[in-house]
Ligand binder design. Structure first.
Ligand SMILES: Cc1ncc(COP(=O)(O)O)c(C=O)c1O
Length: 367
């Protein structure tokens, strides 16, 4: 019998991964949570050049100075935030950024507020740090239940926000982000704001929590914005007191983000941004096809405003029939118990696949 730590036993394998393994080759896979685009050419070229130039060693722990400079500019221009380069740490994806932030801020028994459903890593990171996840439900329109959030705020250590949201595609308005941030600041609750989908947003506007309060840490990544999930390139920014601690955790678990990815990141953040718009426009067209198709099948649900997901209340029986018809979705309970009646459709797949999926589902819903 091998001895396993209580921390590792307290977490489960991600419910999403199980589904990739289950998909058969004829299925249309609408479960994937990553862009189906290849990273734009100029970014790949910069990585190739970095290899040719021999930039293959460790970088500074916090990341390449020119990348942190570029990220500081990005924050200023896109988010109206003034983070100096030394308030920014380059990480191995947003995943590592979330991990080091939670390790640095959460003590044993600390209560951390997060939504149910929500992105799968949050709960696991909280438990690994010894914290106690405290879930806040979503309303029927898939937006955060502010009343419930405010009731739970007193005495909580941390609140994790994620807009645009995975798995719902919901985008919280500027007013909501402002109210939540102000309430958190009044209650002494730090906010960890996961903004990885900030550029995949359609009929709404992105708001960064850090524009409304001081005690906020912002997490972001090149992963979704530039179709760079495999490069493992993210970053974290926040008050210097927090970044000092995050840097220690980062040093000992990661040393630095991959040097080659960081050079690619410089090209991504300083180069031509038209690729971001091109991908966003394509996601929008796909969202419209999916939403129109599902509405046409008689399935009602709020139109997602961001990310590349639709969170659809199919019910468990119909969800199984959809899967049996050869359309792979992620059951909503992978994101928390409140998602049990929902299916997450990812439309990070071709228009042909989305149209074909609707046709496969038609017999399931036509009476
Ligand atoms: C909301 C959210 N945060 C963080 C991540 C992790 O991103 P990365 O691939 O940069 O680690 C994901 C990936 O799916 C996500 O959906």
């Amino acid at each position: 019998m091998k001895k396993i730590s209580a921390r590792a036993r307290a977490i489960e394998m991600s419910g999403i991964r199980k589904f990739f393994q289950a998909a058969n080759p004829d299925s249309i896979n609408m479960a994937l949570g990553q862009p189906d685009f290849v990273t734009p050419d100029h970014i790949r070229d910069a990585a190739i050049q970095a290899v040719r130039d021999g930039n293959t060693g460790y970088t500074f722990n916090a990341g390449l100075p020119e990348l942190r400079e570029a990220l500081s500019e990005k924050f200023k221009n896109e988010n109206h935030l003034s983070y100096s380069p030394d308030q920014i740490i380059v990480t191995a994806g947003a995943g590592e950024a979330l991990f080091i932030a939670i390790q640095s801020l959460v003590d044993d028994g600390d209560r951390v507020l997060l939504t149910d459903p929500g992105f799968v890593s949050y709960e696991a990171c909280i438990r690994l740090a010894g914290g106690r996840p405290d879930f806040v439900s979503l309303k029927d329109d898939l937006h955060i239940n502010e009343e419930m959030l405010y009731e739970k705020m007193d005495g909580a250590r941390l609140l994790i926000l994620n807009s645009p949201n995975n798995p719902t595609g919901a985008v919280e308005s500027r007013e909501t982000i402002r109210s939540i941030t102000e309430a958190a600041m009044d209650a002494g609750v730090t906010i960890l704001s996961d903004e990885v989908y900030e550029h995949i947003i359609y009929d709404a506007v992105h708001a960064s929590a850090a524009t409304f309060g001081e005690d906020v840490i912002t997490v972001n990544a090149a992963s979704k914005t530039y179709a760079m999930t495999g490069w493992r390139l993210g970053f974290i920014a926040g008050p210097p007191e927090y970044m000092e601690q995050c840097l220690k955790v980062h040093q000992y678990c990661q040393t630095c983000a991959t040097s080659i990815s960081q050079y690619a990141g410089v090209a991504a953040y300083t180069g031509d941004q038209s690729c971001v718009k091109m991908m966003r426009d394509e996601y929008r067209a796909r969202r419209d096809i999916l939403v129109f198709g599902l509405h046409d099948l008689g399935i009602e649900f709020p139109v997602p405003q961001g990310a590349f997901y639709a969170f659809v209340p199919l019910g468990r029986e119909k969800m199984q029939e959809v899967m049996d018809a050869g359309v792979i979705v992620v059951p909503g309970d992978a994101f928390g118990p409140s998602g049990a009646e929902y299916a997450r459709f990812s439309y990070a797949t071709s228009r042909e696949n989305i149209n074909a999926a609707i046709e496969r589902m038609r017999p399931v819903f036509e009476v």
